[in-house]
Every structure is written in C-alpha cells, then in structure tokens.
Design a protein around this ligand. Sequence first.
Ligand code: CTP
Ligand code: MG
Length: 191
Amino acid sequence: MLHLTVVQGLWLFLPAYAANVLAVVVGGGAPIDGGRVHADGKRVLGDGKTWRGLLIAPILATLLAVLLHWAAPRLAGWGVTGFGESPWYLVHAWAMATGALVGDVGKSYIKRRLDKPRGEMWLGPDQYDFVLGGLLFALLGSLLTLPATGGIWLLQALTLGPLLVILILTPGLHLLVNVIGYWLGLKEVPW
Ligand code: CTP
Ligand code: MG
C-alpha cells in the first residue's frame, strides 16, 4: 500500500523535518563561526548558521518525538514505527534532529568555499544536506544505544520503501515549507 509507505517514511523522518523548520523559527543571534573569515576571504559558515538554531531546534524536535512516541501505538493502523524503546528513543530522535542541522552546517561550509553567499539557492545540497546528516546521525545514535537495546534501531525501523519516500519527497516538501516560511515572513528567500 503506497499511501502507508508514504506515511511511514515521512513519520520516521519528522524529527529531522521539524529540526530544519524550527531552526528558522528559533534561529538567529550568535553565528557558529563567530563571524570568522576563512583563508579564502569568505565567511567560514555565514550568519545563517547560528548556535540557537543548531542547539535549541533539536531539543524542541526531541520534545516533539515524545508526542510521536506516545502517538505511534495509537496509529498502529498506519503501520508507523516508533523511534525505539523508552528512554532510548530520545537519543535516536535527538541524534536525527541534530544530524539534520549538522548536515546543514556542513553544506554551508562547502557553499561558502564555492563562493555562494548566504541564502543563495544551491539546488540539490540545499534539499539533501539534512537528509544525509539526519540519517547518518540517527545511525550513530542507534549504534550508541545498541548495548542497551540489543538492536540497531534505524536499520530495524527504516526499510527500503520508507527510505525511498524520504529521498523522493523531501526536495518538494522542503521547497513547499520554505515558500510558506517566506509568506509568513520567517525566511528572506522562498527556498
Ligand atoms: N538557521 C539558524 N541556525 C542554523 C540553521 C538555520 O539560525 N543552524 C536560521 C537562519 O536564520 C537561516 C534560516 O534558518 O537564515 C534558514 O536556514 P538555511 O536556509 O539553512 O540558511 P541560509 O540563510 O540559506 O544560509 P546558507 O546559504 O548557508 O544555507
Ligand atoms: Mg538556504
């Protein structure tokens, strides 16, 4: 059932999606690079990557995961999986959310080296940075809890169908959410 696979994929990646959106809402303030300039004369990361976004957004996304963890058994008909057993699911969700924003920071570092200013669209990396980071860190988080849980959560929860859903639908979703953020006056550019 395709619609169930779509729900399962988007559900599983909600902490990463939420972190990306929440960074725009709670971000701002001190930039991670402290305003420093790289040897190439460009900013290391730029003013769009701030500590508030990197640290607070994943905490809020983890609070969302508490709600998702509670809701998962009640949505069994949709076949959604939880984020692992309590309390370890908190580690998985936090790792996924943090990874999403670490991936975003890594992309900005490369973007600045390629002389692309803050906010300029970089089709591909702008949409996939947080997918790569979110999945990688969720795997690392799963390995961290392996001794306690006896299994690698991400590999148990993320099967091929939901993974393909994440890979195929994320760019479009990303653009849609950014256009809404632009309309709401939260973002300076609609991408
Ligand atoms: N944001 C933040 N801290 C982060 C990530 C994002 O404060 N770690 C906020 C910033 O206000 C940023 C906005 O969210 O401008 C949108 O994020 P993004 O599109 O990733 O940044 P850009 O400003 O487009 O910068 P870049 O070109 O480096 O991607
Ligand atoms: Mg951007």
